[in-house]
Structure formats: structure tokens, C-alpha cells
Design a protein around this ligand. Structure first.
Ligand SMILES: C[S@@+](CC[C@H](N)C(=O)[O-])C[C@H]1O[C@@H](n2cnc3c(N)ncnc32)[C@H](O)[C@@H]1O
Length: 421
């Protein structure tokens, strides 16, 4: 969508007296007060691929993203009757990211960590971040300085040597818990154990409940590997949101903006309408934040997800929330899982696929099922509109709701209601 622009205007330079950006191990510099909608100065803006719109007023950013979506919809002949609703903007456009996935590298000065320059694997060494939850930024910067102190071998991508590849982190604003994952090339190494223990001891008083080791031995762009093992504390994060309790593991998907995700899920329920006694399939369910809400609203829910840890955590949360009778979690690929769920008859479907969207065989199956209503949640408007145009052969695309789940970046979430024609 919008092109990144630099934000070094006199308006948003650090003011006299503002602390300079910290080096490794220091607390992150506070770049703007929470709630700020004005342009924000960040020392990394431009080269860092994390944000694209820090240099705009937040209201202008939301309007620009919504307008771009409207133009895309109007350019698609199959969607001429679809309504594009007002965007749901965030009340807090800064420091909202509750999940972190950051690569480690090295420079002449020691370990580095931060986001890649767009289109490269060159790390912009992080000193501060305006969108990440401050506790996660602090843990990350401390992990970098501890890696130097404890002489942790950092993974060298070109040689496929060293150990520490990525740091994963997540926080649960509802319970105050935090969980860290260290992605390593080889498991069980003493320097990684020492790093985990030092982080755990230092951040336990601030809510860190555990540190997990995830082993990724492959030469690959995929961040996490198949095997995870607890190194300290407990490996499952508990979150409370909207009167429900959720459980998640470090490698399962989590929506990065808790407040906006709650607004998104409320929109899914609004679009589906009355759910009492209906059988609803939640495809690509993750650990169940949508599925649990559907069950609480009275639906009988089949939740389908291929990540086994997420399925296990979702089933445990169904028990914990007293919703077991109305829910079943299936560990399956989307196509096979939907076939299974549909064999018992389903009334409505929710899909929330990854950025690549839906595969054509799945779209064919969805069009053939006797479904009245479907809600499609997407984090990629391009693949979303491509799929809506295909689904339009069997469904009316009624309305699209933009939700700004990723303030200060070019990304936009969309929730769309489809009804059988
Ligand atoms: C965008 S996330 C949505 C998760 C969940 N709805 C939420 O809001 O937290 C997509 C999920 O689909 C899962 N997934 C990706 N490809 C899949 C496939 N082919 N079959 C089943 N699940 C898949 C991922 O593991 C991830 O949990």
C-alpha cells in the first residue's frame, strides 16, 4: 500500500533532555507517550522493516488504509455490491505488539538483534521500538547483552553454525504473564541454558513465567522448528480476555494486538448473528480465541487447526471455561478438517487463514457446502479480494469491515460477511 517515508522532521526529533537511545542491556528509550496519535520519532524508522507510517498522524494513516481497501474493492467487478464499512481504529496505536519474533546476528561489536532491512537479511540492531510492548523490548535488549556476557554462540546464517537464531516472546496483558522462546540450531547447549536461567531470574518479578527452547536445525527461512522444550518455569502462557481464559504455547499463532483482536472477534460474532444451537466450523482456529467465543454465544463448534500445541491448548481452554460439551478441536489440515466437520452438517463457517489466503480446492469445497453464512477474517487484503472474487460464484459478499490491527504499519485486517446467494 503506502510507501515508507522517513520521519526525521524537526517536529519529531528527540527533544532536549530526552535520553539518547540505549546500548545493549539498558532500558529502552521512551519515544512517545502511550496514546500519542501524532507522528513519532524512532531512530530506526526507514531502514527497519517494522513500521511504515510512524511519520503520519494516526487518524490519517487509518483513513489512508481504509481508502486503499475501498479502491481495491471497487476495482473488483464481482464485488460491486459489497459495502465497505467504517474502519475500527485503535485507541492505542503505540506499544501494542504483544508478540515478538526477532532474529539474532553479529557485528564487529558483538551480538545484534532487530528486524531485517526490507528485502534483505541484514539486521537493523534495535535500540528502541514504538510499537512493541515495552517489556518485550526490554527482555530482547537484555538477551542481547547477556548473550555477549555469557559468550552465547550466535547463529551464522551463511555458515549454518552457532546456536542462537531468534528470540520469541509474548505477553498476556490480561494476566500480566510473559513467556520467552529461544530458537536454537542445536538443543541442550549449556550457554543457552545459562542465558535462559539469567533471563528467567531477572524478569520473573516482572511476570516472566517461563523460558522455552525451540530447536530449528534446518537451513530455512521458517523461524521455529518442530521441537520445543521447557528450560525454566512453565511453557504455557495464560491470558484472560473478555471473560474467558486462554492458553498458548510459544510457537502457536497469537494476534499481536490484544485490544484490536478483541474488537475483531466481536465483529465476527456480530456478522454471524444469532448462534444458538447452530453448528459453526472455525477453520484455522489457532488456540481458539474465536472458537471459544462462538461456543460461549451458544454455537456447537468444530475448531480446526494444524498446529498440535495450539489444538491441545484450545481443548484445555474449552474444559477450563466450561465449554467442553459444545466444542471439539481437530488437529488437521484445513481441507481434510473441513470435510470431516461438514460430514455432520454445518450451518456457518469462519475462516482465518495465513497471509497466502485460501487454496482453490478449499474454495471449491466451501462453495459446494450448503452453508448459509460465512465470515472470512484476513490479514492480507490482496489475497482476500482474490478469494472473495472466487467465492462470489456461490455467495453474496455483503460487507467488509477494516480493522486496524497493526497501527503504524502498512498492514490492515479485514473481516468480511458472505451469504449464500
Ligand atoms: C492467522 S492464524 C489465525 C488463528 C486464530 N484464528 C486466531 O485468531 O488466533 C492462522 C492459523 O492457521 C493455521 N494454519 C495454517 N495453515 C493451515 C492449514 N493448511 N490447515 C490448518 N491450519 C493451518 C496456523 O497454524 C495458524 O494458527
Amino acid at each position: 500500500m503506502a510507501k515508507p517515508r522517513r520521519n526525521r522532521t524537526s517536529k519529531n526529533r528527540p527533544h532536549p533532555g530526552q535520553r539518547s537511545a540505549p546500548g545493549a542491556g539498558q532500558a529502552p528509550v521512551e519515544m512517545a507517550r502511550p496514546g500519542t496519535r501524532e507522528p513519532v520519532f524512532c531512530p530506526h524508522f526507514g531502514p527497519c522493516g517494522g513500521c511504515q507510517h510512524l511519520d503520519m498522524h494516526y487518524d490519517a494513516e487509518v483513513a489512508r488504509k481504509a481508502r486503499a481497501l475501498e479502491e481495491m474493492v471497487r476495482a473488483e467487478p464481482g464485488l460491486k455490491d459489497a459495502r465497505v464499512l467504517e474502519p475500527l481504529a485503535a485507541a492505542e496505536p503505540l506499544f501494542y505488539r504483544i508478540a515478538l519474533k526477532v532474529p539474532f546476528g553479529t557485528s564487529q561489536l558483538g551480538p545484534t538483534c532487530g528486524f531485517f532491512r526490507p528485502g534483505t537479511h541484514s539486521i537493523v540492531d534495535l535500540r528502541a521500538c514504538a510499537i512493541q510492548h515495552p517489556l518485550l523490548t526490554e527482555i530482547l535488549l537484555r538477551a542481547r547483552s547477556l548473550s555477549a556476557e555469557l559468550r552465547v554462540p550466535i547463529y551464522q546464517e551463511y555458515r549454518h553454525s552457532g546456536l542462537l537464531r531468534h528470540l520469541l516472546g509474548r505477553v498476556a496483558p490480561g494476566t500480566g504473564q510473559a513467556l520467552v522462546g529461544l530458537v536454537v540450531r542445536k538443543g541442550g547447549a549449556p550457554p543457552i541454558r545459562r542465558l535462559a536461567q539469567a533471563l528467567f531470574e531477572e524478569f520473573r518479578p516482572r511476570g516472566l513465567i517461563g523460558v522455552v527452547e525451540n530447536v530449528n536445525p534446518e537451513r530455512t527461512n521458517l523461524v521455529a522448528g518442530e521441537r520445543s522444550k521447557r528450560l525454566c518455569g512453565t511453557p504455557i502462557l495464560v491470558e484472560e480476555q473478555d471473560g474467558l481464559r486462554f492458553r498458548s504455547s510459544i510457537t502457536s499463532f497469537v494476534q499481536v494486538n490484544a485490544a484490536q483482536a478483541a474488537a475483531l472477534f466481536a465483529e465476527v460474532l456480530r456478522q454471524l448473528g444469532d448462534l444458538a444451537g447452530r453448528h459453526v466450523c472455525d477453520l484455522y482456529s489457532g488456540f481458539g480465541p474465536i472458537a471459544l467465543r462462538l461456543a460461549r454465544a451458544g454455537a456447537l463448534v468444530s475448531a480446526i487447526e494444524r498446529n498440535r500445541e495450539a489444538v491441545r491448548d484450545g481443548a484445555a481452554a474449552a474444559d477450563e471455561n466450561g465449554l467442553r460439551e459444545r466444542m471439539r478441536f481437530l488437529a488437521a489440515d484445513a481441507l481434510a478438517g473441513l470435510r470431516r466437520a461438514a460430514s455432520g452438517g454445518i450451518d456457518a463457517l469462519v475462516v482465518d487463514p495465513p497471509r497466502r489466503g485460501l487454496q482453490e480446492p478449499l474454495i471449491d469445497l466451501i462453495c459446494d457446502l450448503p452453508l448459509h453464512r460465512m465470515v472470512y477474517v484476513s490479514c492480507n487484503p490482496e489475497t482476500h479480494l482474490r478469494d472473495l472474487a472466487l467465492l462470489a460464484r456461490a455467495f453474496d459478499v455483503v460487507e467488509l469491515r477494516p480493522v486496524d490491527l497493526f497501527p503504524r504499519t502498512a498492514h490492515l485486517e479485514v473481516v468480511t460477511l458472505l451469504e449464500r446467494r
